[in-house]
Write a protein that binds this ligand. Structure first.
Ligand code: HEM
Length: 179
């Protein structure tokens, strides 16, 4: 529900920054571990940590969507032009979509391959039949989607910095609503 309030709620702000830090860390760790040679001594020690944090992130994103649904959301500033409002809403929608698809593609790659996925040592029961073609498709998706997410995060960051530092004399500083 959109409101005239000027800030997101404290819970929304905490979830925003926590998820942002975890996603950026996960992209860095994922890129690093996938690039290590198979015989590297710690490569496969990193995988379970990556998977556990990835599943935690999926849970946090679901919680965030529920909290968002029931929280007052500040309206976009009136001084934003029409195209800026459309672009902002489109990027927000795509960010949520990818924050869901990235961990799901990672999970499906393991589940289709018949590897049990553990969440900090607790086994999560698989729910699909083993299928290596589907596992390969999930792997292909998981090799691309995190970097599309990274591009969207960059666009999102650049947009907020533009409104804060370049839109002089306009009341369009949206970053302060998330601080
Ligand atoms: C938001 C959460 C996640 C992010 C941002 C993320 C990000 C990444 C990235 C950037 C890579 C490297 C891709 C490449 O360059 O080939 C990667 C690899 C990988 N991820 Fe994730 N990931 C997430 C969640 C998960 C989850 C939930 C699982 C499994 C339960 C998972 C399993 C894997 C595996 C197994 C690889 C290595 C694939 C390979 O060996 O080529 N990820 N991840």
């Amino acid at each position: 529900m959109a409101t005239e309030s000027t800030k997101y709620t404290l819970l929304m702000r905490i979830l925003h920054w926590l998820i942002a830090v975890l996603i950026l860390g996960m992209i860095g760790v994922g890129w690093y571990m996938a690039g290590l040679p198979d015989e590297h001594p710690t490569k496969y020690d990193i995988y379970p940590i990556h998977k556990s944090i990835g599943i935690t992130l999926l849970g946090l994103v679901v919680i965030r969507l529920l909290v968002r649904f029931f929280s007052p959301i500040p309206k976009l500033p009136r001084e934003l032009s029409g195209w800026e409002k459309v672009l902002t809403k489109t990027v927000h929608f795509l960010l949520y979509l990818l924050m869901i698809l990235v961990p799901i593609s990672g999970y499906m790659m393991s589940d289709f391959a018949g590897f049990p996925v553990e969440w900090f040592g607790i086994e999560i029961p698989g729910f699909v039949e083993d299928n290596m073609d589907n596992s390969q498709s999930a792997l292909d998706a998981h090799g691309i989607l995190p970097y599309i997410l990274l591009g969207l995060i960059a666009l999102h960051l650049l947009g907020s910095l533009k409104h804060r530092f370049l839109d002089k004399g306009k009341n369009t500083d949206v970053l302060k609503r998330m601080l």
